[in-house]
Write a protein that binds this ligand. Structure first.
Ligand code: ADP
Ligand code: MG
Length: 309
């Protein structure tokens, strides 16, 4: 079905990032999120964006935001609308001095994100390249979905050293060293997910962050310096499985970092895998499922209340 850009009725701004703005809109009574990329006259960049958008169109996974279509003329991408992203919620929790994401919610996010990344790799041979809190979306029912693969990742890579203040780097050590070969290892996304989850549960970016982004990046890239670990967190009440899972994601040397096959066999992942819990009829996990859904719906409700005040 061909949609005319004229048919898009923009409603609200959902947010904006380094590559464009995202708005809610209705098209023929369907509500969706429309991302409009900033004008970029570089031919290669445009070609790359369009290639990635076409792949997004082919994706069909409960863990990935689905696409309704796109426009070449103004580079607009129409996609499934979700309630909010992990980044917005984290900032909200921070300002309201509330507890950050609990471990059982991190479990749901890890399960969805790893499932999405594995799907992209196995079914479409693509790597996300831009895993970070603002690209993990969710709704009231606790559905967690990944968006923006490849698209902004490419742009951000090419701008990595421009003065893009305020955006903490989620790039793996091997992406930051000069002698890196141009092939992007899938395990670089595993690193970014580790940093993301660390930040969601502790409320802070795990590396020293000051005016000198260069200093932060050197600390990450230096394989002789230790990685952060959840076990060092003063308010550490995490399970061994969780601490170990994040430690594995944050192995500095990419050769030591596990791939999806291994992570999907890990006890922490399996604890949050609905198929596993069904197979073994573990009641504890079913309780957790209710708890997870309740947490998401309360978090969204509270942030809406906050908006009204
Ligand atoms: P970035 O991810 O770098 O912050 P984006 O332009 O990709 O910038 O997105 C800006 C914001 O728009 C995100 O933080 C997110 O909260 C929101 N957003 C993006 N896509 C959707 C969507 N499909 N549904 C709801 N909100 C979205
Ligand atoms: Mg994004």
């Amino acid at each position: 079905q061909v949609i005319d850009p004229e048919e898009i009725n923009i409603m609200d701004v959902l947010g904006s990032g380094s590559c464009g703005v995202v708005e809610s809109a209705t098209i023929r009574s369907t509500t969706m999120a429309v991302k409009t990329m900033y004008k970029n006259n570089n031919k290669d960049t445009l070609k790359r964006i369009l290639r990635d958008v076409r792949i997004m169109d082919l994706c069909d996974s409960p863990f990935i935001v689905s696409s309704y279509g796109y426009f070449y003329s103004s580079v607009k991408i129409c996609m499934e609308i979700m309630t909010t992203c992990c980044d917005k919620l984290l900032r909200r929790l921070y300002h309201s001095k509330l507890d950050f994401f609990p471990e059982f919610v991190a479990g749901r996010i890890v399960h969805s994100a790893i499932s999405a990344l594995e799907y992209l790799k196995e079914e479409h041979s693509i790597i996300h390249r831009d895993v970070k809190p603002s690209n993990i979306l969710f709704d009231e029912n606790g559905n967690v979905k990944l968006c923006d693969f490849g698209i902004s990742g490419f742009l951000i890579n090419s701008m990595a050293h421009s003065n893009n203040a305020g955006c903490p780097p989620y790039m793996a050590p091997e992406r930051l060293t000069i002698e890196t070969n141009s092939t992007y290892d899938i395990r670089s996304d595993v690193w970014s997910l580790g940093i993301t989850i660390f930040q969601l549960v502790t409320g802070k970016y795990p590396f020293p962050l000051n005016d000198m982004e260069f200093y932060t990046l050197t600390t990450i890239a230096d394989l002789n310096l230790p990685s952060p670990s959840l076990s060092d967190n003063p308010s550490n009440s995490y399970t061994h499985e969780f601490i170990n899972f994040i430690d594995l994601c944050l192995m500095k040397n990419v050769k030591d970092r596990p791939n999806y096959d291994i992570l999907m066999q890990h006890d922490f992942f399996l604890d949050y895998d609905p198929q596993m819990s069904q197979r073994y009829k573990i009641r504890k996990i079913n309780d957790t499922t209710d708890e997870i859904e309740e947490w998401f719906s309360n978090a969204i409700l509270n942030s809406k209340k906050d908006d009204e005040n």
